[in-house]
Ligand binder design. Structure first.
Ligand SMILES: Cc1ncc(COP(=O)(O)O)c(C=O)c1O
Length: 343
């Protein structure tokens, strides 16, 4: 195995990790600093911080009756799910190419990962999913809504068929990119007894604080809570989140709206370049197929722009790169560099 690769981005325009490129307004950052200075660093954090969870439920629209489990990023929740379900013979199933941590969590928990390939156009192969669920009876099914790295937002009817077919499984709907998809299963989290909805504040502009959350029936969350490391969400993260949840609409959601508009502009501009095929994306990134992904990646590196070359991750991604939507200026620079190759 190799560890999770994170490229050194010092001195680069960083468009490889689907971060929000905007920082907090200065006045708000100063207020946050004051708030954090008062945090009791000498004490362990609250293991299940009630006030933060209540605020999160209210601000994010978690339905009444749902529990919320917090994680050190949704990455940690993904690990907890694999550990909690790791009985001998258990399997974890997801469409591929998908988020690498699903497969990684299965490997680390020593359970089998079943990857179900998308169709060649990177849409969901629902029939293949249903067949694989019937064959493997997985303990866990992941559906990322939208999917990374493809950006695909699966049709609701197909998701429903999979949820119905996976009655013996826990279906985790991963909504990491919800701020850019603006569609959500969260309001329906209690409509099915085998789903939970996973979210993160990372893509909303707070990747650095590491806070993910899982919403669903308390019966599921109580089981998963048994494998949660105690004190997994630190005091600074809790305080920052509590403070910033009061500024989702005026700051973070406003930034996401700007990125959604930029996504459209960027997609149209890239689609107009010779040889580029842009896949429809509901995330803050674009998957683009080009004639030579390696050459394009190298040219952008020379221009000090870091993107993700995903072409070797899965055969369906041959010659594909994933570009995070950045600030208007960053996008303009990326576009200029793309034009050096795609002409
Ligand atoms: C689909 C998906 N889920 C989860 C995550 C992890 O998010 P977090 O920063 O909360 O660990 C990512 C990160 O890129 C992602 O793409």
């Amino acid at each position: 195995m190799t560890g999770y690769p994170v490229a050194d981005a010092t001195g680069f325009i960083k468009l490889d990790a689907m971060e929000n490129p905007f920082t907090l307004p200065e006045a708000l950052a100063a207020q946050l600093g004051e708030r954090l200075a008062r945090v009791a660093l000498n004490r362990y954090p609250a293991p299940r911080p009630a006030a933060l969870i209540e605020k999160l439920k209210r601000v994010m629209g978690v339905p009444d009756g749902c529990g919320v489990l917090l994680g050190n990023g949704s990455d940690e929740i993904i690990s907890m799910i694999a550990v909690a379900c790791a009985k001998p013979g258990a399997k974890l199933l997801a469409p591929v190419p998908g988020f690498v941590m699903y497969q990684m969590s299965a490997k680390l928990a020593q359970i089998e990962f079943v990857g179900v390939p998308h169709r060649p156009d990177l849409t969901l192969d629902t029939e293949a999913m249903l067949a694989a669920i019937a064959e493997h009876q997985p303990a866990v099914v992941y559906l990322a809504y939208p999917n990374n790295p493809t950006g695909t937002l699966y049709p609701a009817e197909d998701m429903e068929r999979i949820i119905e077919a996976a009655r013996q499984s826990l279906v985790v709907i991963d909504e990491a990119y919800q701020p850019f998809a603006q569609r959500s299963w969260l309001p329906r989290a209690l409509d099915f007894d085998n789903i939970v909805v996973m979210r993160t504040v990372s893509k909303l502009g707070l990747a650095g604080i590491r806070l993910g959350y899982l919403a669903g029936a308390p019966a599921w969350l109580d089981e998963l809570d048994k494998v949660r490391p105690p004190y997994n969400v630190n005091v600074l993260t809790q305080a920052a989140a509590e403070f910033l949840l009061d500024h989702v609409d005026d700051v973070l959601e406003a930034q996401a709206a700007g990125l959604r508009a930029e996504r459209t502009l960027l997609a149209d501009a890239i689609a107009a370049l010779p040889g580029a095929a842009v896949f429809p994306s509901a995330g803050n990134f674009l998957l683009v197929r080009v004639p030579d992904a390696d050459a394009l990646f190298e040219t952008l590196l020379t221009a000090r722009i870091l993107i993700k070359n995903v072409s070797k991750i899965h055969p369906l991604l041959a010659n594909c790169v994933r570009l995070t939507v950045g600030t208007p200026d960053e996008n303009a620079q990326m576009l200029a560099a793309l034009k050096l190759v795609l002409k």
